[in-house]
Design a protein around this ligand. Sequence first.
Ligand code: NAD
Length: 359
Amino acid sequence: MSQNILVLPGDGIGPEIVAEAVKVLNALQADYGLDIELTEGAIGGAGYDAAGHPYPDTTKELARKADAILLGAVGGYEYDKLPRELRPERGLLAIRSDLDLFSNLRPAILTEELADASSLKPEIVAGLDIMIVRELTGGIYFGKPRGIRTLDNGEREGYNTLVYRESEVERIARSAFEIAMKRDKRVCSVDKANVLEVSELWREVVESVADDYPQVELSHMYVDNAAMQLVKEPKQFDVIVTKNMFGDILSDAAAMLTGSIGMLPSASLNAKGVGMYEPIHGSAPDIAGQGIANPLATIMSVSMMLRYSLDQAELAAKVDAAVKSVLQQGLRTADIFVEGFEQVGTATMGDAVVAALKG
Ligand code: NAD
């Protein structure tokens, strides 16, 4: 039975980069028998324009039926004056919570071809391939009580609550171990168990989940050390699993190891393996409509979709190889361009990936 892919181009450069990723999906359908059906919906500013809401009911219906979702990006200056609940970014939060996408996968990959784009020495980062699994719907960003209160002496105090239930830790740990099984079978759980009780429980639960995955090697690291190790020797990691806030910070640091925002895909999964796949960058309104955006992060989001929602690891590897091949051919969009290479636009880059897939 064909699998149902919902395509949500969104705003700004979203439609341009998603069009290239769709070319890749079409090529996989035509040449490799990938059995999928694509449907398109509106989200973000496009959702507001079409139906007066950033996550319209029609999109919600389609999303709930989808096996996987491919999203471009949302946001644009023209929506900045809308009431907060109607702004494009609210559409993203709404779809994540509607589908319970609690597991956020942020790979930091740096192919040898782009090692010079990093601010770290090429030998430290060339060939980097880390997966950060961040818990996305719990922890201190959601914990209650929270607020700002005035104390008896008149001084104000801000407070948030870091709270994790065993079941929340268990499902994110399981997600990380499942992913490790498809990679190098190593999980590093990052916490602050020397100071926080929440982390003590986190560690205990992660260890009990590890019993179900004897093939995977588990290690633990304190978050301060993890930040240091990510910059010092990032290639030591395979999968990192961590709570929401630590993951937020570490995944941005890891992303920057690779030097280019236009090259990084991401996935957010729920317990059923349904996932939303999107580049980590935004809608880049400053370059929208110019045909110069880098589509590779979105194309690599397709590769993640093949691997994590569609169970098509071989096709995922083919897409990764095609991306590597176009970089080896010397093609570069403006954001990753350096002297001596060939500068190309969005569509040419997409076509080159499709040609490499077919070749
Ligand atoms: P951004 O990621 O859109 O852009 C940052 C810079 O990177 C810009 O100079 C942009 O031109 C460049 N850039 C981004 N993607 C690129 C690509 N594929 N190719 C070449 N260059 C690229 O971040 P921003 O400017 O802070 O935000 C713009 C809008 O995007 C805002 O409305 C913001 O809320 C929204 N946003 C959306 C998401 C999302 O949809 N997941 C994420 C972040 C920001």
